[in-house]
Structure formats: C-alpha cells, structure tokens
Design a protein around this ligand. Structure first.
Ligand code: PLP
Length: 422
C-alpha cells in the first residue's frame, strides 16, 4: 500500500521561494512545529511532576537548543563534547545530564561544574565514586527487556551494551556504599516506541530499581517515542502510553510513601517532524525495459544517512519548479549524489533498491525530503566526496526564514590537515 506523500509544514510556493533564496540542498526547520512538539512532551501524563530532557544528539543546532531552553526543557548529552556545546549556548550545568558510552576525558572538570552524571557501567560508577565520594548521581540500568521479560523484542536486553545489566544490582549497591554515594535517579532507555504494554513493563522494572534505592527522587524512562514519518506509519500517542505509567507512580507512592518525579528524554519525538530537506533533481537515468527509472538528487548520505544505515523511509514530495501539479505519478528509485553504491534513499533494510511512487519529476524540479529534523544533519557521512555541510534555515513563527547555518566553504573541510609531503 503506497500513498503519495505530502508536504508537512511547508507550502509549495514556500519551497520554490526558499530554494531560490538560499539554494539547495537546504534543511528547513519550523519553529512553530518545534514549539508544538515541546508542548506535547511537556503535557506527558505524570503523578508528581515531570522533567523533559532533549536528547540533543538528534539535532544540536544552537537555535533548536535555544527554543528548547525557552520551553524549560533540560538536556540529555551523550558525550562530553555535547556537554561543552550545551554549556557554550547557555544551559546551566545542573540542567545537563551526561549519559555516555565513553567515559568523559574531562570528567572531573565537567562534573565538578555541576553537570549531572548518569553512570552507564560499573566502571563509570566506580570512577564517579573515586572522584566524587559522597556526591549524588543517576544510574542507568539495562532492564533486560527484549529477550526475557516480554515478547515485544526491541532494543535493550542481552544484545545491548547500554546501561548496567539488571542482575548486577548487588554490585551497584556495593559501589554506592563503598563511596557513600546518593543515587538520586534511576534511568532506563530502551528505545522501544509506541507500545503501551512495553512502556508499562519498562516502568515497572525501573520503579523496582527506585525501590532498591530509597534516596531516588526522579525516575527517568528515557526516550524512544516513535514518530510516523510516512503516511502509513503511526506516531506514539504520549497521552496513551503515559496514562498507565502515571497510575504506576501513584501506586508506588501509596506503597512506599515516595512521590517520584517522572523524567522523559525524547530526541526523535521533539524534532523529527520539524525539519524538511529541500533538494533539486539533478539528473534522471534508467536501466532499460526491465530495469528502473532513477532520480538523482543534489543531496545524499552526507545529509541523510538513515536510509542507507537502516532502510529508513522518508517522504519524498515532488514540487514542480514552475508551479502546477505533477502530470502523473511514477515509480522511481531515488538516489543521492555520492559516488557510493549505498547512497540510495529508497532501499530496503539490507540495501536492495526499491521504487517509490511519487509525483512525476523533471530535471530542475524540487524534491522535498520530509521528517528529517532528527538524526539527519547531526548523523550523516558529512563531507564524504568532499560535499560541504548543508545549509540550514529556521522558519520563524511569523513565517520569516532565517539562515541558521551557512553552507560550509569547501576549504573548511580540509582546514585541519597539515601538508608535510613536499
Ligand atoms: C538517543 C537517546 C535518547 C533519545 O532517543 P530518541 O529515540 O531520539 O527519542 C534518549 N536518551 C538517551 C540516553 C539516548 O541515548
């Protein structure tokens, strides 16, 4: 079942005007949509208070951080460098929590400033204890979900290296005791999505960890709220998945006399649908009667790697360069501009190209790739083939487009190289 995808927050005239003014490829973000998504996250059902953190790895542009900051949203940083970036753009150290795979090299300096730390392994917990005995921190657990606990196999579980395996609770307690630490938060992030049953199960296990540490006042259930990018995909209803979790927090309070604050950490949910990538059709080729018709765009995996990385689908909307509607719909394989066989925007997981039904296009028409707000600009094979970083525009609430990232001059790409060969 395919339906023709539509523009999400832009109008066709706007696409043509933006492409003329700023050129393509161009990321365009909608301030109004970002604010709307923030409001939805801030309305997440909760019993005794809510904290929302933005997983800034999804899209760390300073303007996006600024919009989040004004909404009272805190920061989930996934590396020490993201911490530095958030501090640089005015977030208070206390409003940033670092949840990182790699132990920060500038650990003492950053945590000493007041940045919150979420220990993700026994080694990280031990090092925190050695450097900051008697201090408070958060602990991330891998609740084992995905293999044993429910049939809804997702991420988390035995195949995931994120967080401390739930069976190591006694070891955690021993380190906490050894350094007289205060566990103020327990955290899980299994990236599971829209299934309320999975959410209930994750909340149940996370509340059990909270039970083990009487000093816990905040319970973080992480992010991972799925967003429907294509017409046939559904977005998570935050009200629906949050309602049973609110009851679990109320029951916990009745049983243990502790009113816990709920924390959530969306990345995708806050920003995915707030961005569009404007591109121009550069070329059309075909591989004969039994082959395919290909459209080549003036962007590629250097701006959006998600299709090549996991067969992710993004809406592709034809906008005719001179106005009017496409004459018909056609099946195309849509490819990027990199000299790399994997640079295909319409592919199955595993790499097999597939066709997409979309409005007929000619060379010079625009194709808008939708739902590229999260993990596109921030997670790409940037500069591959020496393509410069794509410019970014923020559509302010009054409709004015403002440049928020200049197109990278090509000399910037090799700025850090040192020529030693004469
Ligand atoms: C990436 C990440 C998130 C956000 O995940 P989304 O799927 O974008 O919502 C939240 N918490 C942590 C610890 C993460 O690493």
């Amino acid at each position: 079942m395919t339906s023709i995808e539509k523009l999400k927050f832009l109008k066709e005239d706007q696409v043509r005007a933006l492409a003329k003014e700023f050129g393509t490829p161009l990321f365009v973000y909608s301030e109004a949509t970002i604010e709307q998504k923030c409001d939805e996250a801030l309305a997440f059902p909760n019993a005794f208070g809510l904290q929302v953190r933005y997983a800034m790895k999804a899209n760390p542009n300073s303007n996006i951080l600024q919009i989040m900051k004004k909404k009272g949203i805190l920061i989930d940083a996934s590396s020490e460098h993201e911490v530095v970036r958030a501090l640089h753009f005015g977030f208070a150290p206390e409003s940033i929590m670092l949840t990182s795979q790699e132990f920060p090299k500038a650990f003492v300096e950053l945590i000493g400033k007041g940045v919150k730390f979420n220990a993700c392994s026994l080694r990280q917990l031990e090092l925190f204890g050695q450097n900051f005995p008697g201090k408070s921190l958060s602990i991330r657990f891998n609740p084992g979900l995905g293999s044993g606990h429910t049939k809804k196999t997702d991420v988390g579980g035995v195949t995931s290296s994120f967080g401390i395996w739930h069976e190591k609770l006694e070891e955690v307690k021993a380190i906490v005791k050894k350094y007289n630490l205060t566990v103020e938060k327990v955290h899980t992030h299994i990236g599971s999505g829209s299934d309320p049953e999975v959410w209930k199960a994750v909340a149940k296990y996370t509340l059990e960890y909270a039970e083990s540490f009487p000093s816990v006042s905040v319970v973080s259930l992480g992010g991972g709220y799925k967003v429907g990018r294509m017409e046939d995909e559904k977005s998570t209803d935050l009200q629906k998945i949050g309602a049973p979790v609110k009851i679990q927090f109320q029951e916990f309070a009745e049983k243990h006399g502790r009113k816990l604050i709920l924390e959530i950490e969306p990345g995708t949910y806050l920003i995915a649908l707030c961005g569009a990538l404007l591109t121009t059709v550069d070329d059309k080729v075909d591989t004969g009667k039994h082959g395919f018709e290909f459209i080549k765009l003036d962007t590629g995996m250097d701006s959006n790697t998600r299709p090549s990385l996991y067969g992710a689908r993004h809406p592709l909307v034809t906008v005719k360069k001179d106005g009017g509607e496409p004459r018909s719909n056609k099946e195309y394989v849509v490819v990027g501009h990199c000299c790399e066989s994997g640079d295909v925007f319409t592919q199955k997981e595993g790499g097999e190209p597939m066709t997409r039904l979309m409005g007929e296009t000619e060379i010079g028409d625009y194709v808008v790739m939708e739902a590229v707000g999260a993990y596109c600009s921030s997670m790409s094979t940037k500069n591959y083939n020496s393509f410069p970083e794509t410019a970014e525009v923020l559509l302010r609430k009054d409709g004015t487009p403002k440049l928020i990232r200049k197109k990278e001059p090509v000399t910037e790409i090799f700025r850090n190289e040192i020529l030693v060969v004469e």
